[in-house]
Design a protein around this ligand. Sequence first.
Ligand code: HEM
Ligand SMILES: *[C@@H]1O[C@H](CO)[C@@H](O)[C@H](O)[C@H]1NC(C)=O
Ligand SMILES: *[C@@H]1O[C@H](CO)[C@@H](O)[C@H](O)[C@H]1NC(C)=O
Length: 487
Amino acid sequence: MKNSTAGTTISTSTTIAMLPLLPSLLLCLLSLLYFLLARAKKQRSSATTATPRKLPLPPGSMGWPYIGETFQLYSSNPNTFFALKHKKYGPVFKTHILGCPCVMVSSPEAARFVLVTQAHLFKPTYPASKERMLGTKAIFFQQGDYHARLRRIVLRAFLPDAIRRRVAGIEAVALQALHSWDGRMINTFQEMKTYAFNVALLSIFGKDEISYIEELKQCYYTLEKGYNSMPINLPGTLFHKAMKARKQLGHIVAKILSSRRQKKAVADDLLGFFMESKEALTDDQIVDNIVGVIFAARDTTASVLTWIVKYLGENPSILQAVTEEQEEITRSKEKGGGEVSLTWADTKRMSMTSRVIQETMRVASILSFTFREVVEDVEYEGYLIPKGWKVLPLFRNIHHSPDNFTDPEKFDPSRFEVAPKPNTFMPFGNGTHSCPGNELAKLEMLVLLHHLTTKYRWSMSGSESGIQFGPFALPLNGLPMRFCRKT
Ligand code: HEM
Ligand SMILES: *[C@@H]1O[C@H](CO)[C@@H](O)[C@H](O)[C@H]1NC(C)=O
Ligand SMILES: *[C@@H]1O[C@H](CO)[C@@H](O)[C@H](O)[C@H]1NC(C)=O
């Protein structure tokens, strides 16, 4: 009986896939209310801003008054919405979602304009509730000097020179994860989240803070549960619990800070770099950025790893090629009689595996787009983008453009044998806010894939073809898989 119900659930995959969007829909309604209240005020104040020349707005439709096209966006796969719009209006079009007028851009040139060359005119923007939950002083929300200071420190911890020392530590985390999956049915995404969490914690706190780590993890799980809930701060709500957990996280990091100060320890991890920074950060600033980096590092890397496992499972010849590349690395190390554990140099010999990672990030485009807000009236290609509007560079559209990638829906790692043209492939963004963790992300994926492909086989549990958004695109139900050791 139980089994057959499970069967029907899977066959109605599209309905299930839309379920995670429900909270977002409710959120829309709330934002709408908020927007209506804020609107009257805004209109009065913007009446005086004069545009130098009368330029037209980009093409597109704004949908119904107030509600805009929010329902069109959320009633189908968001990617279908973007693709349809692009087809109808071209690479720069206006629309109106979540109570905000916005311009979506989906050409490499326009993305470069917004993210790189004119980045100072486009500031990052997030809903206020998310900002409060992660910490208002976290790097994502900043512009200017303070942003540049934070970025220097974060890059210092995650550039190749810093992470090449971490290969052995990351390998230990990977082996432990794989060992724990052996012979089990697992939820791939959940397990990959644990792996990415442990790697992030290692690069943030080093190996010495074990006594605090378990408590910190528990708080983070509570925070996560409330992150996508309705932002209503009343006792009992998930949001309220999450805000409490967020405070608790602050206390835990403060305890680690003071114990390090007592020991006068100098550590070469992110926390150490924050502490010794000449640019003196307050404890609050440090806490917000530690929580922010964990948030940025975990679900992103875990989603990409989940898609890789899926695509390798569906493409046996590609899996074969990756496995051969990795086995060759093992063989050459054994022959050399030297160090058996992986080194930074080994990870530079994984070109086939690296192309699989790139192609996965292109096809899956887990961050379909990002958000910016225009700080003053901007002219782009003869169009006006008014001050206060949101601008969304649509990474996914760019990555799926047939002009830049032939047969774009096909999973074909060999297309990366030739380097992609500038701004056609931006899985880590570009410009001042591009991902400072990209080298670490690639390293931890390569290390896991080395041991996964050489030592394990896996099978997907059947008809798992749906996609869910939460908020990243993800195989349905987190991709249940059975893993076992090769014999
Ligand atoms: C495959 C995994 C990852 C993907 C696809 C990814 C993608 C991105 C993208 C696209 C951005 C830019 C967003 C924007 O411009 O609005 C970004 C920013 C960021 N990422 Fe990643 N990321 C990944 C892993 C990581 C890891 C492992 C870390 C931590 C070590 C990290 C830390 C950050 C931080 C701190 C920012 C904000 C930078 C700033 O605002 O200056 N990310 N990421
Ligand atoms: C990529 O495709 C876009 C259309 O989506 C086109 O405008 C652009 O010129 C192409 N870029 C390159 C570098 O080929
Ligand atoms: C980012 O933009 C610069 C300037 O246009 C370009 O040279 C570079 O290739 C871009 N990076 C990516 C990942 O496309």
